[in-house]
Design a protein around this ligand. Structure first.
Ligand SMILES: [Zn+2]
Length: 488
């Protein structure tokens, strides 16, 4: 007898998921979008407020130019077309943390449209729109001293500028959703318009998901998963939700259009409420704000501040420094790190050597210790210093390896450890080396015989012995020369 689980597994191949993502990103402006209140996170509750963001009758919003610049910059980075003229609208709904009874957003005329994010597979995920809006306040349900069940409202967040980035339903798998979000975050971080801090709510993601028989054009009924606070959980929530929907449909049921919450402890989604439709909000144009105009001149000025974006930078790093795609990926996880790497590579006598050390010595140690590159004890500047020491012959490759190990042991940067170790130099003192070599030759007559009989590979044995005797401080090239002379 086949079980429901069998049906689901079988049905995985006959149904395909259709996923769209809505991402809210908080912009890093100093003040709110329609008033001059501070946007600082962590201030005492209800201290960053004024009549405008509290929604007092008669208070008028004044648009923050910086928020428009940031939103436009992000939209350009996401390959969007900027609408010269966009309109603010009131989205009406009641919620205790929304004092005005409506949120100022953009509806039928958003700031930007028709963008995309390209995945590693070269598949482009369309971006329907990027629009500006204000954030709502925060309801707090826990953490009261008497552990009573009550709700408190903090309106500090009310009126903080957000952009909403809405994707086309082009995403076909939970993995693609994960990659889309990772790339989106990376791009936004590069533009510097948000810190994308998910713990503080600077980046929030909702996912729309439906299934349909493979090959069918028409979309199935979708559910929305809200308030998931990590990309990994989004992926997990989607995996669960796809299986759930397939199970419902495969056993003859119907999907209800609804909002669902993901419980990461159980790995399940739960129905929260039936989903609102756009018409439930009764959007209408905001009468207190003029249409937003981003003209050609302003758009050009903003475009000029666009930094090189991660994808382009990866390509250039691979070309300029002959590093691998993988390393370029790691070195570009943040703009700051990529900047550091390039600064170090350029400051060093031999940029290629910096790249080699990062690839050959740093990455492996980070990986084996499970340390992220941002937490590396050896900074990019430290790598540059060490590269120069090897380049000038002051230290050998072996010494560098030992020093790197010490850096990881002590969790200290290279220049510090180098000083602590007394700035060791590899020995190029010929007479001292000759003494060591003579001793080693005398102690290994059998190997000397082999070498003289033509087995030249034995030279490696002698080099190793000399390096060991000199505690790794001999200059290997000099050792080679001296050994060859003496043995020959
Ligand atoms: Zn205010």
């Amino acid at each position: 007898m086949s079980t429901v689980a069998d049906t689901v597994v079988g049905a995985q191949t006959t149904f395909e998921p259709v996923i769209g993502l809505e991402v809210h990103v908080q912009l890093l402006t100093a003040s709110k979008i329609f008033c001059s209140c501070s946007t600082r996170f962590g201030a005492p509750p209800n201290t960053n407020v004024c009549p405008v963001c509290l929604g007092m009758p008669g208070a008028l919003p004044v648009l923050n130019g910086k928020a428009v610049e940031f939103a436009t910059l992000a939209a350009i980075a996401l390959n969007c077309r900027i609408n010269e003229r966009s309109i603010f609208a009131r989205k009406n709904y009641f919620y205790p943390d929304l004092p005005k009874g409506y949120q100022i957003s953009q509806y039928d005329k958003p700031l930007a449209e028709h963008g995309f994010i390209e995945l590693a597979s070269k598949k482009k995920i369309g971006i329907t729109r990027v629009h500006l809006e204000e954030d709502a306040g925060k309801s707090l349900h826990e953490g009261f001293p008497d552990s009573e069940e009550k709700t408190a409202i903090d309106l500090n967040r009310t009126g903080v500028p957000l952009i909403e980035i809405v994707s086309e339903p082009d995403i076909a798998t939970p993995d693609e959703a994960y990659e889309y979000l990772t790339r989106l975050k990376e791009i936004i971080l590069y533009t510097g318009v948000s810190d994308c801090n998910m713990e503080e709510g600077s980046l929030r993601c909702d996912a729309n998901i439906s299934i349909r028989p493979r090959g069918q054009q028409e979309l199935g009924t979708k559910t929305e998963i809200k308030n998931v606070n990590s990309f990994r959980f989004i992926r997990e929530a989607l995996i669960f939700e796809i299986a759930r929907q397939i199970e419902v449909v495969a056993s003859g049921g119907k999907i209800t259009q609804e909002t669902r919450l993901y419980n990461s402890h159980e790995g399940k989604t739960y129905s929260m409420r039936s989903k609102e439709q756009a018409h439930d909000y009764r959007y209408f144009p905001e009468p207190d704000l003029l249409p937003l105009v981003v003209d050609e001149k302003w758009k050009t000025e903003i475009t000029e501040t666009l930094p090189e974006l991660p994808e382009a930078r990866r390509g250039r790093l691979v070309k300029d420094y002959s590093i691998t795609e993988y390393d370029a990926q790691v070195l570009t996880v943040s703009k700051a790190l990529a900047d550091q790497f390039e600064a170090a590579a350029r400051a060093a006598k031999n940029p290629k050597r910096v790249a080699n050390l990062v690839q050959g010595e740093l990455m492996g140690r980070l990986k084996s210790k499970g340390v992220e590159i941002e937490q590396s004890p050896i900074s990019m500047k430290g790598v540059a210093v060490s590269a120069d020491l090897v380049e000038s012959g002051a230290i050998s490759g072996k010494m560098l390896k030992d020093l790197y190990d010490l850096c990881f042991e002590r969790k200290r940067d290279f220049p510090d450890v180098y000083l602590e170790e007394g700035s060791p130099q590899q020995s190029s003192d010929t007479s001292a080396l000759e003494k060591i070599i003579d001793e080693i030759i005398a102690a290994n007559p059998k190997q000397v015989e082999q070498y003289r009989a033509g087995k030249k590979t034995v030279l490696g044995f002698f080099v190793g012995q000399v390096m060991k005797a000199s505690k790794g401080q001999a200059n290997p090239q000099l050792v080679n020369e001296l050994l060859t002379t003496k043995l020959g």
